[in-house]
Design a protein around this ligand. Sequence first.
Ligand code: SF4
Ligand code: SF4
Length: 360
Amino acid sequence: MKQSPLHIRLYWLLHRYNPFRAEVGLRAIGNPTPDAPVLVSGNYAPVVEELEQVLNGFDVWLLVVDSAGINVWCAAGVGDFSEHKIIDTLVATRISEKVTTRRLIISPLAAVGIDRDRLRRDGGFDVIWGPAHLDDLPAFLRGGGTTRTPQMRLARFPLRDRFQQAIGIMGVFAFSLLLIPWHRREALWFYASIAHAVFGTMLGYELLPAKYPANKTMLLAAAQAAILLITRPNHGMPLRRRLFIGFAAHLLIAFDMIGSTPFYKTTIAHWLSTGNNESLFQPNLGDKCNSCGRCIEVCPKGLFSRAGEDSRRVVIDHSKGCCECLACIKQCPREAIDNIGRGWKDDIKSLDTVSRFRPA
Ligand code: SF4
Ligand code: SF4
């Protein structure tokens, strides 16, 4: 597959939080037969291109659906990637005349936005949840394209992704360099401190001795302040100002780390008062649960599993750290999941459904 020129890919990397729209429609990768697997993706151009690279060597169909030019996880979370959009694309591409399969392989990260029963009923296609990470797609397809290992269900944040995210954040904060003509030293020090906070947190993610990302960033702030107090550099800026700018830069990045998934884990007030980033959405299985396992299939953090003597009963392990995607709620056919979390943060995810809306 042909890749975009280097300067385009660099531009995407630096502006990765902006939408970039790929053309929607049905693409043949290799020489797919009518019964070849059909994969579905959003139309975030960098991912579509990466997907084509990953699928090089396979004979599959790729249905690119309008997701407003953003990745499917974010798009599904805000209603820009749904069964309606997929059905529109199925109809527009007349895919039923080209393929014999009636199954679509979709990233489970999109599960928060897709009503699979309605997709089957109104679109005529069933959903197979594929791997959560692109890197697992070749192994998944080589294994027949229907079953995943438990690891393939989980969202991962490997070093390469963290590095790319760091570059994207540096792109966002590049606006501060506009101040160079007036405050050259301060602007450069601020940007250097942002780089210290971002790359330090992302690249040292597994090494920094703190559980939550925002706390990792503040450890780096403390390290920077300690080095400044010991070395007392004097390059035309008073030490107090240098300390203040460095701390402010790290604090800004720490605030960003509080919402380090597309679905925002917690609030700044919660982090400042408790020191943790834990989700205010805490799922709980109610009496209506029949252990169908649909939540297991889509939870990107692996909170749900089967337990009990017959390994049938579905249980929740909160220690895995919910990321508030709400895919479990969307996919549960029996409305069996309640939120028992505490802490209202002004959105549907923190509704305390158990005590607020149920009789005691
Ligand atoms: S999807 Fe709903 S009914 Fe099925 S196991 Fe999960 S909580 Fe229970
Ligand atoms: S438990 Fe949390 S992370 Fe898992 S699907 Fe539900 S909302 Fe998403």
